[in-house]
Design a binder for this molecule. Structure first.
Ligand code: PXG
Length: 285
């Protein structure tokens, strides 16, 4: 059991996996990525992740040099070779090595990188006690600059928001959109519960349409929990009964305080706890 890295059809150890310093992924953040998890050796919602990866690539005019089925096989094979059963997968496609200068036509050979390793995004205690988070002043990408629906290698404004959170002693930070509405967190989508109703910002709020978010919306439908995609303001969050975040790395994690205001009674909410349990059942289904 050890991290396994696939680069363009070959397999490497963590130490030996290397790409060019002329790669436009490094020089300009010119590329796309996905973050996934395996449970008992199976990749959760692999097809959805691959579909989103190819959509992100299409949006930035990056042609992935293999079919979706070949990509699925490569991911599964890398997982198998790692021997890890509960792992994290980072799938990265870069524009490839080129000359210095932005021109993507001067690059060749997009790099296909699949990293299978372990991840522990948040300490276990936060799943029991809940996270305290803040609202960052850094806003999400303006959709006219770079669509937040593209999972690109440009995460700098999310990192700026993450730093704001960390400086305030928080592990996550809420990002508003250019209209001042709640979008999402730096690497997670956000949900609230208000009067028994589950709510999350709609895709046109300038969010990444999270695969975990969609799984939670489906679960809510199955479990007859009323749920909606609704425009949310910071005020809506502050007066919510419950709040939680979703993401492939974070899974479902409760939030108990926002901008120093306790959410609800300041404890992990009942619906949140229920959905955490149901999500756990779903991933091993
Ligand atoms: N919003 C943003 C901005 C993200 O980057 C999500 C929401 C949640 O989407 P999914 O499809 O994962 O439910 C993400 C996902 C990492 C890491 O290494 C980040 C993500 C996923 C996995 C790992 O920080 N972000």
């Amino acid at each position: 059991m050890s991290p396994q890295i696939y680069i363009n059809g070959k397999y490497y150890s963590k130490e030996d996996a290397k790409i060019s310093v002329y790669d436009h992924g490094l020089l300009y953040g010119d590329g796309v990525f996905e973050g996934m998890r395996t449970y008992s050796g199976n990749v959760f919602r692999l097809v959805e992740h691959i579909d989103r990866l190819y959509e992100s690539a299409r949006a930035i005019l990056l042609t992935i040099p293999m079919s979706k089925q070949e990509m699925i096989d490569a991911v599964n094979n890398t997982v198998k070779l790692s021997g890890l059963t509960d792992s994290y997968i980072r799938l990265v496609i870069t524009r490839g090595a080129g000359s210095l200068g932005l021109d993507p036509n001067r690059t060749s050979d997009p790099q296909v990188i699949i990293i299978v390793d372990l991840i522990a995004l948040y300490d276990r205690k936060y799943y029991d006690e809940g996270l305290k988070i803040i609202t960052a002043s850094t806003i999400r990408n303006h959709p006219a600059a770079l669509s937040p629906r593209i999972k690109s290698l440009n995460y700098l404004n999310n990192i700026m928001a993450k730093i704001e959170g960390l400086q305030a002693g928080c592990m996550e930070a809420i990002m508003l959109n250019h209209k001042g509405e709640v979008a999402e967190c730096t690497g997670d989508n956000i949900f609230i519960v208000k009067k028994g109703q589950l709510m999350t910002p709609p895709t046109d709020a300038g969010i990444l349409e999270g695969i975990t978010r969609n799984a939670i919306l489906e679960l809510a439908r199955e479990l007859k929990i009323p749920a909606s995609e609704s425009t949310l303001t910071r005020h809506d969050l502050l007066v919510a009964d419950e709040c939680f975040l979703t993401g492939s790395a974070a899974e479902v994690i409760p939030v108990v305080s926002i901008d120093s205001r306790p959410i609800g009674d300041g404890k992990v909410g009942k619906t949140t706890r229920f959905l955490m349990g149901e999500f756990k059942k779903l991933v091993v289904r």
